[in-house]
Design a protein around this ligand. Structure first.
Ligand code: S3P
Length: 441
């Protein structure tokens, strides 16, 4: 069922809000909790559809995963190597992270599993994890083109490998490391370009033996992660910080809406995730970090964001991995900035929940923005703060971040923006609409 909605200019965004827990950390809390021996408790878990798909999968493989009335999640782990064969296909919904990380986890377990997903997920490439996991001994029968639905057979004993990531992907890195947990010996991942490091931080927190170093690669320094298997994980008490990728929509909304002065509390600012804040500041955005602290082993702060005149910028492709999920809403900021914004090196955006370069170029053009789509990025000539014309319906393509980005564009338009389907927002940010309305009251 599709749920269209029209987003239009309203009041400035003011007051204080709190966005839901980090999606990446939430998935990993459930997976690692399910592999520890004993009870892991998690507060602030993101209760979006993607994370709930991971919870259901861990239950289907024998872990106890329950939410108590106070909202704390309790996970009774089965121990590394203890996952059971699931009786039915694992339905991953829209979630690439659930799929790729669980393929890794299961690759070193002696089980057979089928993975299915929605139309968006069924178009996304799985070859990037199939390749290294096959080298470790697992076998796969994907659909033509290396996609879901697929069947996999885990290997036990699996073989440790040393793997240099051919694409900058935290999901591929994590899949190999998770497979390494139940593999005797040292599994090594080499990262020419650093990606989000939640897996490394959390594996170390759960007591896995992990060494992180740096080597000289052909194109400069490379991160080298060595995981010692077979690992024993100890249960943890985890507080999940707010998701910077969800905060991103409110950061941009406050920057582009006249009169806004908004505090977003408890935002995760891990350096491997904080690229958007840095780039928006370079464009003249007023984003102040208040009360910097640590939550769940991650740097966190409250962000005060005020309406600002933004200037176009050439975004350094080296910063892309640290804001990879924020480009759709960043393009909205660029469409309202003064002058030209150029982005490049963003080929990976074509294989997210949708082809985000094409989806955002089409949607922004439809509402009056000046956008040129190139092979690996967009070039956007901004309005200099004037509202966009608006219009639509714009097409979401089963992609939560396209829906939320175009919602924010609607706030900065003369005639509003009709988004064809807001239902996908529930995958990562179930209370997005309520928080947005609350902030504009
Ligand atoms: C994620 C990694 C990124 C990101 C995704 C979450 C993760 O994907 O886009 O939303 O939790 O590891 P890639 O590994 O494909 O870059």
């Amino acid at each position: 069922m599709t749920t269209p909605h029209r987003f239009s200019r309203q009041n400035p965004l003011t007051g204080r809000i709190r966005v839901p827990g980090d999606k990446s950390i939430s998935h990993r809390s459930l997976m690692l909790g399910a592999l520890a021996v004993g009870e892991t408790t998690v507060t602030g878990l993101l209760e979006g559809e993607d994370v709930l798909a991971t919870a259901a999968a861990m239950r289907a493989m024998g872990a106890g995963v329950e939410r108590d009335e106070g909202g704390t999640w309790r996970i009774h782990g089965v121990g590394v190597g203890g996952l059971l064969q699931p009786e039915r296909a694992l339905d991953m919904g829209n979630s690439g992270t659930s799929t790729r990380l669980l393929m890794g986890l299961l690759a070193s377990h002696p089980v057979t599993a089928a993975f299915t997903g929605d139309a968006s997920l069924s178009g996304r490439p799985m070859g990037r994890v199939i390749e290294p996991l096959s080298r470790m001994g697992a076998s796969f029968e994907p659909s033509p083109g290396g996609t879901l639905p697929l069947m996999m057979r885990g290997a036990h004993p699996a073989v440790p490998i040393s793997y240099r990531l051919p694409v900058a992907s935290a999901q591929v890195k994590s899949a190999v490391l998770l497979a390494g947990l139940n593999t005797a010996g040292i599994t090594t991942v080499i990262e020419p370009v650093p990606t989000r490091d939640h897996s490394e931080r959390m594996l170390a927190g759960f007591g896995a033996k992990l060494e992180i170093g740096e080597d000289d690669g052909a194109n400069g320094k490379e991160r080298v992660i060595r995981l010692h298997g077979e690992a024993e994980l100890k249960p943890q008490t985890i507080e999940v910080p707010g998701d910077p990728s969800s905060a991103a929509f409110f950061i941009v909304a406050a920057l582009v809406t006249e009169g806004s002065d908004l505090v977003i509390e408890n935002v995760g600012l891990n350096p491997t995730r904080a690229g958007l804040v840095e780039v928006l500041r370079q464009m003249g955005g007023s984003i102040e970090e208040m009360d910097p602290r640590e939550v769940g082993g991650e740097p966190v702060a409250d962000l005060r964001v005020r309406h600002s005149a933004l200037s176009g910028i050439e975004v350094d492709p080296a910063i892309a991995p640290s804001m990879i999920d924020e480009f759709p809403v960043f393009f909205v900021a660029a469409a309202l900035a003064n002058g030209r914004t150029t982005t490049s090196g963003l080929d990976e955006l074509r294989v997210k929940e949708s082809d985000r370069l094409s989806a955002m170029a089409t949607a922004l053009t439809a509402i009056g923005a000046r956008v040129e789509e190139r092979g690996d990025g967009l070039v956007i000539d901004g309005t200099g703060g004037e509202p966009l014309a608006g219009g639509g319906p714009v097409t979401t393509h089963l992609d939560h971040r396209i829906a939320m980005s175009m919602a924010i564009a609607g706030l900065a338009s003369r005639n509003g923006v009709e988004v064809d389907d807001t239902a996908p927002i529930a995958t990562s940010f179930p209370n997005f609409m309520a928080l947005l309305e609350g902030a504009m009251r």
